[in-house]
Design a protein around this ligand. Structure first.
Ligand code: FRU
Length: 304
């Protein structure tokens, strides 16, 4: 049965879509080396857009909103979204612009991915977002980017559809990122963000940030160790990472974790089960290349 035949709740994802040019190499090169890649793939990337690829595989109706350039890269992104059944009717095309690119070196030795990202494409504005009808929407997930604009979009959602669950990924320290701490039901932080804010201790970070925000749930994936979460008024929960023989491809593992966390919360799972599900799917992803067929292979592996 296809995802469309069993379509579940409608999720709107707000973020960037980029072109990922992924070079697989034997081992990560030294500076000034010249190496030959073992293979190359060019795929649609971007955190929220990757997250939607997985949510779609879980059977959700998904729409993406962000900006698109009007070049060949944008055509590839649009075709890929269409092929996967991810709606792009709300996306805004900006004439005379170029698609953002990520040149990614994926190491076969470790599965690590090193990303050099370039963009000069303007990002979605709250004015663009205001045109979206949220009627029937069950979840809105934001990439925590331009904080001033994103905070206005979150306010819009709360005004138009109070009670509609909102999640925000807080991945990188950015000026005024704190503006995104209010308004979301679920905040998903990154380990890099926690470390950049001076916390090598995940529980200390979660306690501090949970006290500073109004979210019902703060989630903090912690790499190969596992993930933590803290729900309002409850004790923190830790769930160890899914055991893997050797990582093959860690590109977008965090985006997959976010998808599985949202999927679990939409299914009404508790915090511990949500973390277990997110760790399993993200861990399983690290054992295989790319995002294609992820849910099916997780199902075959008895993880779904
Ligand atoms: C992976 C990813 C890539 C993209 C980059 C953007 O998480 O979304 O697909 O190129 O990060 O920062």
């Amino acid at each position: 049965m296809t995802a469309a035949e069993t379509e579940r709740g409608w999720i709107l994802g707000v973020g960037i879509a980029v072109l990922d040019i992924v070079n697989l190499v034997d081992a990560y090169p030294r500076e000034d080396d010249e190496v030959r890649a073992l293979s190359q793939r060019t795929v649609r990337g971007g955190n929220v857009s990757n997250t939607l690829s997985v949510l779609r595989q879980f059977g959700h109706r998904c729409d993406w909103i962000g900006t698109l350039a009007d070049d060949a890269g944008a055509a590839l992104i649009a075709d890929d979204l269409d092929r996967r059944g991810i709606g792009r009717g709300f996306a805004v095309t900006l004439p005379g612009t170029r698609t953002p690119t990520s040149y990614i070196t994926l190491s076969r030795a470790t599965g690590s991915r090193t990303i050099v990202h370039y963009r000069d494409l303007p990002e979605l504005t709250a004015g663009d977002f205001a045109a979206v009808s949220l009627e029937g929407c069950e979840w809105v997930h934001f990439e925590g980017r331009d904080p001033a604009e994103t905070a206005r979009m979150i306010e819009q959602v709360r005004r138009v559809r109070p009670g509609l669950p909102i999640s925000v990924e807080i991945e990188k320290p950015r000026p005024q990122i704190e503006r995104l701490l209010d308004g979301a039901a679920v905040l998903i932080f990154s380990r890099a963000f926690a470390c950049a804010s001076g916390h090598g201790d995940p529980l200390g970070f979660l306690r501090e940030y949970a006290a500073r925000c109004a979210a019902d749930l703060c989630i903090l994936p912690w790499g190969a160790q596992g993930a933590y979460a803290l729900a309002r008024g409850a004790e923190p929960v830790f769930s160890p990472a899914h055991a893997l023989p050797a990582p093959v491809d860690t590109l977008a593992a965090g985006d997959v974790f976010n998808a599985a966390a949202i999927d679990a919360l939409l299914r009404g799972l508790g915090v511990a089960d949500m973390l277990l599900h997110a760790n399993r799917i993200a861990g399983h992803k690290c054992g295989r290349e790319g995002l294609d067929g992820l849910a099916e292979s997780a199902r075959d592996a008895g993880l779904l």
